[in-house]
Design a protein around this ligand. Structure first.
Ligand code: ZN
Ligand code: ZN
Ligand code: ZN
Ligand code: ZN
Ligand code: ZN
Ligand code: ZN
Ligand code: ZN
Length: 483
């Protein structure tokens, strides 16, 4: 094994532990430069206490020692490693090119100054100092960029660099401005959709299109008169200039049409006016009628209120002839026939003050054995001419007096009519419901139901019968309306 070949044919390129190639400006002759273990340029050269005196990188030979191997060259066991400081100094003093010479770095200096020149692990203050071809971390996007490119990258192209929108001044980072903000920035220039070549601000695009754009199609100003031309705003000026006569003709036709249409409208409006006047008159006369009716109603109400207040005789819907109003005298003239079984007497119908029509019936009655023991005095409602105006069922009372024709010691009693009775309940032979049932009366004057009083004959004073006559008086009739 020999290292003489490297000494005999000196080369000027050596691999460095740190991963780049070192080339010497003047390749040194007869100087051990290579480590026999790693075959790279000696880094921190050391010799051993063996006989061959070879140089190895400190790192390389320490690995060998740890494994207790002998010297890789002379195979002699060694115990100590000595730093070859003299060789180190010599090596550090050799002039080399920058490993990035091929990339364009012209740096040339002693090997010992290479680390500082490359400045691969810079502090924040010195990050821009040293070889421009060393990769340095960008402070914004955290990727490695050649040191020489860092200033441009960090101020212009880094996607994460702080950036202010040049149109509106909004601040963010470059890629956000480009990818998001510019899609909505109100002052970002956008191309006109009508391809007129203008790039108005986004917020001004509508106004541009509406008022300024020369290529937007517009309708002729005389469209309302019938010109159907629709061309770009730029060409419209010429259209207007070239078609003055045509436009004036269209205008005059349109004008004539409008005048006649206005005349029509005017006619219609006048007719509607007349109709409305008529309607107004009609409504006014109706109003007068209503006012009159209201006045009448008011006066009626005042009257009714007064009547109620003073509890005046009654609110009388109908005033029957006074001759028919009680007190009514009813004389049974041939009373000697009283004991004949079939004989009975009916008064003429008479009215209450409000018009209920009734009849007084007198006949003899009693049980089978004692027939003729009682005098039945019986009142009942008959059909009257005011029935449709009256309250049904009604309530009230009537007073009947059998006169003592000698001493004035009269026999007087009252019959009370309740709703139940006048509704046809109690005493009615047949039952019906509602209004019809309520208006129960008799069509004939000779039979029917009503309200009776039975007077025992033995209680009757002989004075009640005089000249074969019984005299009844009916009064104090007070029914619903009469109260
Ligand atoms: Zn050795
Ligand atoms: Zn080595
Ligand atoms: Zn360099
Ligand atoms: Zn960056
Ligand atoms: Zn903006
Ligand atoms: Zn435009
Ligand atoms: Zn036109």
């Amino acid at each position: 094994m020999s290292t003489s070949s490297s000494l005999d044919n000196p080369i000027d390129q050596y691999s460095h532990h740190d991963g780049f190639e070192i080339s010497f400006v003047e390749p040194p002759k007869e100087l051990p430069l290579k480590c026999s273990i790693c075959l790279e340029l000696l880094t921190d050269p050391c010799i051993l206490d063996c006989d061959c005196g070879s140089n190895f990188c400190k790192m390389c030979i320490e690995t060998v020692k740890k494994k207790r191997y002998p010297c890789p060259l002379c195979q002699q066991q060694f115990t100590t490693i000595f730093p070859n400081k003299q060789l180190q100094r010599t090596l550090n003093g050799l002039t080399i090119h920058c490993p990035h010479k091929a990339d364009g770095c012209s740096w040339m200096d002693e090997l010992g100054k290479l680390k500082k020149h490359l400045n691969r692990m810079p502090s924040s203050e010195t990050r821009l100092e040293g070889c421009g071809h060393t990769d340095v971390l960008c402070q914004y996007c955290k990727t490695f960029i050649s040191r020489k490119d860092i200033p441009t990258h960090e101020t212009e192209t880094c996607p994460k660099k702080p950036h202010t929108c040049q149109y509106c001044g909004h601040s963010s980072v470059l890629d956000d401005i480009r990818e998001n903000h510019w899609l909505v920035c109100p002052q970002f220039p956008v191309p006109c959709p009508y391809e007129c070549g203008e790039r108005p601000q986004r917020q001004g695009l509508k106004i541009h299109v509406k008022k300024k754009c020369l290529l937007i199609p517009v309708q002729c100003n005389f469209q309302y008169a019938g010109c159907k031309v629709e061309i770009s705003r730029r060409d419209m000026a010429n259209h207007l200039k070239d078609n003055v006569v045509d436009h004036m003709t269209l205008m005059s036709i349109k004008h004539r049409e409008e005048v006649s249409s206005l005349k029509e409208t005017n006619k219609l409006v006048q007719k509607e006016c007349a109709d409305l006047k008529g309607e107004n008159k009609r409504l006014q006369s109706q109003l007068t009628g209503v006012n009159g009716a209201t006045q009448n109603l008011t006066s009626i109400m005042v009257k009714l209120e007064m009547q109620l207040k003073h509890k005046a005789s009654a609110i009388v819907p109908v005033q029957p002839p006074s001759s028919e109003v009680p007190p009514v005298r009813f004389v049974v003239t041939d009373a000697k026939h009283l004991r004949q079984q079939e004989k009975e007497w009916n008064s003429k119908p008479f009215f209450s003050k409000s018009g209920y029509s009734m009849v007084l019936n007198v006949h003899l009655c009693g049980n089978k054995d004692g027939y003729g023991s009682h005098l039945s005095v019986y009142t009942y409602i008959v059909k009257g001419k005011y029935d449709h105006l009256l309250i049904w069922p009604f309530f009230g009372s009537v007073t009947i007096t059998l006169e003592d024709q000698e001493l004035g010691n009269h026999y007087t009693y009252s019959l009370l009519y309740t709703h139940e009775q006048t509704n046809g309940e109690g005493g009615a032979r047949e039952q019906t419901n509602g209004e019809e049932g309520a208006r129960r009366y008799h069509d004939t004057l000779t039979s029917g139901w009503g309200w009776s009083k039975f007077i025992e004959l033995k209680h009757l004073n002989p004075n009640f019968l005089k000249d074969d006559c019984l005299v009844f008086q009916i009064d104090n009739i007070s029914f619903s309306y009469d109260l």
